[in-house]
Design a protein around this ligand. Structure first.
Ligand code: B1M
Length: 208
């Protein structure tokens, strides 16, 4: 019988082959796809997120866990669509204009996907106009901005102002090494998180 705890364990170990094989077996046994996703795959990513917050694991372990989760999720995506399983929420994320750093942003995207969110990633060096255009078509509940340079932090304020002026109804969150809660408050962001694992809690709180 399918063991979803073992699947979660395989994800936390970053064991891509085991995660894929166990997901295939669970599907073949007729286990509900939402159960495979929630208890097996998201379950595993939740464990790794908690370990990362406690500094029990580091970025490479998170990346390989996310890779295992991604491969297994690809198998169940068509079934999820058929079953009409709703994502936990929708987010749009990009690195702001002038900034090419995307390692942290990509981690945030992976962790959110791991937590069951539908994420639209608009890449790096994203101008306010790009955020507006993509937000208008994707209609996310949360728009996230990443910046790694002190010189590109002001682009976050510019982007939030432009999104608000364009009438985009979403919560705006920011992050990146030089960013602080004080800066988020100053520029009118709805939230800030210091790392990708706590970004999940932040986004969950904002969409609740
Ligand atoms: Co750049 N770089 N870099 N760089 N780079 C830094 C940021 C720097 C601190 C290095 C230094 O001087 N000590 C410095 C910035 C100084 C400053 O502004 N105060 C710097 C500089 C100056 C530059 C250039 C200007 C260098 C040059 O050309 N003269 C140039 C700028 C290019 C540009 O963007 N226009 C540049 C270029 C590059 C590379 C292209 C070579 C490369 C980026 C590759 C890539 O991202 N694909 C690079 C790298 C790798 C770094 C360092 C070494 C590492 C950054 C990183 O990936 N960290 C960095 C020095 C350092 O940090 N030690 C440095 C790991 C990552 C997981 O952490 O991104 O902080 P981080 O993300 C965290 C959190 O911040 C948070 O969650 C993540 C995971 O926990 N988070 C969010 C991030 N975004 C979030 C969004 C959220 C929530 C949380 O909600 C939306």
């Amino acid at each position: 019988m399918a063991d979803l705890n073992a699947l979660a364990e395989a994800v936390t170990r970053g064991d891509q082959n085991a995660a894929v094989e166990m997901t295939k077996a669970a599907l073949a046994e007729g286990v509900e796809v939402k159960k495979i996703l929630d208890e097996g795959l998201i379950g595993g990513m939740n464990i790794i997120a908690e370990r990362w917050k406690r500094n029990d694991v580091y970025i490479p372990e998170v990346l390989i866990a996310a890779r295992a989760m991604k491969s297994a999720t690809e198998l169940i995506e068509p079934e999820l669509v058929k079953a009409g399983v709703e994502p936990a929420g929708k987010c749009l994320i990009g690195t702001v204009q002038g900034d090419l750093h995307d390692i942290g942003k990509n981690l945030v995207v992976m962790m959110l996907k791991g937590a069951g969110f539908n994420v639209v990633d608009i890449g790096v060096d994203a101008a306010p106009e790009k955020f507006i255009e993509q937000a208008k078509s994707a209609k996310p509940q949360v728009v996230g901005m990443s910046a790694l340079l002190t010189t590109t932090m002001p682009a976050m304020e510019k982007t939030i102002k432009a999104l608000k002026a364009a009438g985009v109804k979403a919560k705006f969150i920011i992050g990146g090494a030089p960013v602080t809660q004080g800066y988020a408050d100053k520029i009118g962001a709805d939230g800030y998180s210091p790392d990708a694992a706590s970004a999940i809690d932040l986004v969950k709180g904002l969409v609740a």
